[in-house]
Ligand binder design. Sequence first.
Ligand code: ZN
Length: 235
Amino acid sequence: MDDIPLARRSQQPAASGSRAGARLRLVLLAGALVLAGAGLVVYVYGPLRRSPAPPVAGLDARPSGDGRLLGHFPYPEARADQLATLAPGVQLRPEAAESLRALQRDAQAQGVRIEVLSAFRPVELQRSLFFDVKSERNQSARTRARVSAPPGYSEHSTGYAVDLGDATRPDLHLNPAFDTTAAYRWLKANAHRYHFQLSFPRNNPQGVNYEPWHWRYEGSTTALRLFEPAQRFAR
Ligand SMILES: [Zn+2]
C-alpha cells in the first residue's frame, strides 16, 4: 500500500519534468525552424538583391538605376520581318529606310554624297564587335563602352540608327573629324527634316564619345517610344 503513493510521488515529478522537456524541445525546434527559414531567405534572396547576374556575359558591369549599362540604354533587337533592305547587307526599319533614301537623294541633288557605313546590327554582331575590338585593343569594358555599345545596348540593333560618311572623304569614315566634311555640314543643317538626329553630340550627358557619324531616326511612334529614355536623359 505504501508503494502506490511513493510511485505516484516519484512519477509525478518525472511526468511534469518530461512535459517541461517536451515544451523546451518544441521551443528549440520552432527556434531552429525560424533560424533555418531566415537563413534560407538570406541565402536565396540576399545574393539576388545585392548582386544580380550581369546582363552581358563576360562583362563585369551592372546597369545603373535608369537601366543604362556603361552609359548606354538597353534596346531590343528588330525582328527580320521589321526590316527593309536599303542595299545588300544594309537593313533599316522601312520608315527609316525611306526617309534616309530621300535624305541621300536631296543631298546628292546639292552635290553632297552621303554614304551609309552601317545600319541595323544584330545583337550577335554587336557582341563580336564589342568583345573582339575590346580584346584587340586590350581595353577595359568601361573604355570600350565610350566608343561602342555593349551587346543589347546598341541603337543599331533597333534598325533605326545609321553610321553615315562622306563618300568623297573615306579617310574620315567613323572619325570625329567627319564633322569637317560637306556631308556632315549638310546633315547638321538638314537631317532633322528627315527625322534623323545626332545620338551622341560632343559632351553628351550619357558619357558616350562624340560620334558625328551616328544618327538615329525618330520619325515614327515606335522609334520615338524606343528613344524616349535617351531623349529624356539628354534634356
Ligand atoms: Zn553607330
